[in-house]
Design a protein around this ligand. Structure first.
Ligand code: KIV
Ligand code: ZN
Length: 509
């Protein structure tokens, strides 16, 4: 018999913990609405106590996203649990997810608590969370490196205290598929009452086993998988939702389970997350990579033309890949433009759509055909950015093979225009040094990538910049027909994100 597997999406919480993937609340809502269309069962919307921004994002999502369960993460700490409960007040369906580490290394060095204290705290946390909501999930952080009999003790106790889901995370991605499956089986047979609750798996991808480990968990009795779109998450990331869902769909014959995911929404979800976070998907990534359904070798192309089944195990349409023949250019109207944006998965407000349309028209004056990638860039650039502390008014660069590059930049902050000029080793260096002079913040640039969004000399240049502040990385992206202007926009977008984050942060996990 085919079992239903609950898809618990943590793109907005664990996914957001990837370096450079911080999102603001409007961006998070946009993703949450797409996750609802995708049909996920649970959305982990954030870690309420960690920052004002996280708290407000969960509140907003709880209010606007009505179908899935909205989940708020908290440590096994009273104040965290109260904050999580408050963030969920407006939710139609709510879950509190509380966790504490159970591995010897975490208990001794991180928590500085004895196993007895951890056990007591876990029970206290679940009991307290139950006073706010019926649906309580408990996680043994670093379960993959925990002592099995201790896990049995903790899980038995939290189930008695009222946990409705128990989650077994391989927090550091250390387990191999057989080992992780055996762990789930051991717990299924040794924890009294475990058959009355949902058993969840949460696997990280440090050794590239996240998907395999999650499926191994399912084969051994788990009924919930925690995952993220494009597999984003701490370090090497989490289990990728699209991989899990398509593996289950394609190999239901051996996995004997199914999900409620509308697979046609997968590509839209992937693109949206990639555009908002700036975390690009590698071309050979399973399911959502640009090459996942492309065939290069002559023998393969020949086979595909004779029968797609020769080299394709899934239909591209099943994941929402469409043949897009509609060409957008300077004669295209608002309707064609907004239809294309909807097909790409963007749900924009009227004001956002107008802004994007203006930008599209300006680009179409210089460029014959506007591709999907151009559109994604326009939306990412115009719509998804942190509140502008500094807005770009003007940038002018002087460069050449006989002059030292210099830049003059004007920014607006709180309606006041500020201006500076600086030289640099190259034109980008000159721009960034000028901006540093203006904002007077010590900025550490960690990554600078330029690529042309489409081919040709009229291509739109897109620049992605990552800066670091107190160990946290902020990504900014800018696009323009002039790559130096794109570089300026990208740097300012990252700076604005950093300043916005600083103004809202409380504590991060
Ligand atoms: O990886 C992990 O252990 C987590 C927990 C908070 C569930 O993300
Ligand atoms: Zn995790």
């Amino acid at each position: 018999m085919s079992r239903n597997i609950t898809i618990f999406d943590t793109t907005l919480r664990d996914g957001e913990q990837s370096p450079g993937c911080s999102m603001n609340k409007e961006e998070k809502l946009e993703i949450a609405l797409q996750l609802e269309r995708l049909g996920v069962d649970v959305i982990e919307a954030g870690f309420a106590i960690s920052s004002k921004g996280d708290f407000e994002s969960i509140e907003l999502i709880a209010e606007k996203v009505r179908k899935p369960i909205i989940c708020s993460l908290c440590r096994a700490v009273k104040e965290d649990i109260e904050t999580a409960a408050r963030s969920l007040e407006k939710a139609a369906r709510k879950r509190i997810h509380t966790f504490i580490a159970t591995s010897p290394i975490h208990m001794e060095f991180k928590l500085k608590m004895t196993p007895e204290q951890v056990l007591a705290r876990a029970v206290e946390a679940v009991s307290y969370a139950k006073t706010f909501v019926e649906d309580v999930e408990f996680s043994c952080e670093d379960a993959g490196r925990s002592d099995k009999p201790f896990l049995v003790q903790v899980l038995t106790a939290v189930i008695k205290a009222g946990a409705t889901t128990v989650n077994i995370p391989d927090t550091v991605g250390y387990q191999t598929p057989d080992e992780f499956g055996a762990l789930i089986q051991y717990l299924m047979t040794h924890v009294p009452g475990i058959d009355k609750v949902a058993v969840s798996v949460h696997c990280h991808n440090d050794l590239g086993f996240a998907t395999a480990n999650s499926l191994s968990g399912v084969l051994n009795g788990a009924s919930q998988i925690e995952c993220t779109i494009n597999g984003i998450g701490e370090r090497a990331g989490n289990t990728a939702l699209e991989e899990i869902v398509m593996a289950i769909r394609t190999r239901e014959d051996i996995l004997k389970c199914h999900t409620g995911i509308k697979t046609q929404e997968i590509m839209k979800s992937s693109r949206l997350v990639s555009n908002i976070t700036g975390s690009t998907v590698q071309p050979n990534k399973a399911i959502v990579g640009a090459n996942a359904f492309a065939h290069e070798a002559g023998i393969h192309q020949d086979g595909i033309l004779k029968s797609r089944r020769t080299y394709e195990i899934m239909d591209a349409e099943m994941v929402g890949l469409k043949d897009t023949r509609l060409v957008l250019g300077k004669h295209s109207g608002r309707h064609a433009f907004s239809t294309r944006l909807t097909d790409l998965g963007f749900e924009l407000s009227k004001e956002e759509s107008n802004k994007a349309f203006e930008r599209f028209k300006a680009m179409a004056d210089h460029k014959k055909e506007i591709s999907d990638k151009d559109l994604e860039s326009i939306v990412a650039d115009e719509v998804y950015h942190a509140p502008e502390v500094y807005a770009l008014e003007y940038v002018q660069i002087t460069a050449g093979n006989t002059t030292r590059p210099s830049a003059c930049v004007q920014l607006v902050k709180d309606s006041v225009v500020i201006e500076a000029t600086h030289t640099g080793a190259g034109p980008v260096d000159a721009i960034y040094q000028t901006i540093d002079t203006l904002i007077q913040e010590p900025i550490q640039l960690v990554d600078f990538v330029v690529h042309s969004v489409t081919g040709g000399t009229d291509a739109l240049g897109e620049v992605t910049v990552r800066i670091q502040d107190n160990g946290r990385v902020f990504m900014g992206r800018g696009s323009d027909l002039d790559v130096l202007v794109a570089s300026t926009k990208a740097y300012l977008a990252a700076v604005n994100k950093m300043l916005f984050f600083r103004s809202s942060v409380r504590v991060k996990p």
